[in-house]
Design a protein around this ligand. Sequence first.
Ligand code: AMP
Length: 292
Amino acid sequence: MNTRSNRIQIVSENLSDIKVMALSWKEKNEVVGFIPTMGNLHEGHLSLIRKIRDYGATKTIVSIYVNPKQFGPGEDYAEYPRTPDEDIKLLEKLNVDCVFCPSDEEIYPPNAESQVMIDNLSLMHELCGKYRPGHFDGVLLVVNRLLNIIQPNIAIFGQKDYQQYVLIKNMVQQLFLSTEVLMAPIIRENDGLAMSSRNSYLNSNQRSKALHLYKSLISTSRKIRENKIDYKSILQNEIERLNKIGLSVDYLELRTSNDLSSVKKYKKMNGKYVLLGAIKLGKTRLIDNIIL
Ligand code: AMP
């Protein structure tokens, strides 16, 4: 059962191993915390493990699965970095209790549902959903499946993927799943770029340009807070500026932080809004956001 690690209680590709393990922990009143990932772990992922323990998890399960259903045609599914051995070493150092590395067959058996039935949510097709059709259907499908297998007490997701967090929270509510869904802050490189497995695709010129996204979020949110002109004009000017310096902007939008609904008029109120951006540098797509 314990295939690749001496220190982790269980590293398994097998769904029923994980199910049995998680259930036995819950029977012993352990608080099971779950952290889904696509692997190629960096400090952002590792911070989620620390955070979920702060929230009370006494057992931690990390899944590593590059989910084909959340990648569209022409996206980077084939190139996505896969580093399971290094990942497991990092998880050992953090004393993670269980690592689940399922195969496609385990997650998507022939009779599995092909869509999560939740109320038609326009948010699925906005922001990243507009530029990655079907992406969030794939995300919800895999997260629903993982939550059903593991039935963790808590699951944690990064603020970096804010829209994903909001949609998962919504799905969990709609389907009455028993897991509490939490969010952890964005971990950044020293210069401010949000950590991401996709940063490794960037050449040095693109890497320095990538920082403009974060800098732009900071300066734009400051301008919006000053509230001198309509926030939509501020965003429009900023999109034009970023496009001119070579970042191809998919979107730069202000939304409400609780459900990502549109904002008619900005009224200064701490934590009420989130400014989200997505850009492309060559073939690499990067996202980031800040709460204001
Ligand atoms: P991924 O492996 O990209 O699917 O990410 C797995 C989890 O890690 C998701 O909940 C992400 O939001 C989270 N995550 C990715 N990058 C970061 C980061 N820089 N800071 C915090 N969480 C992150």
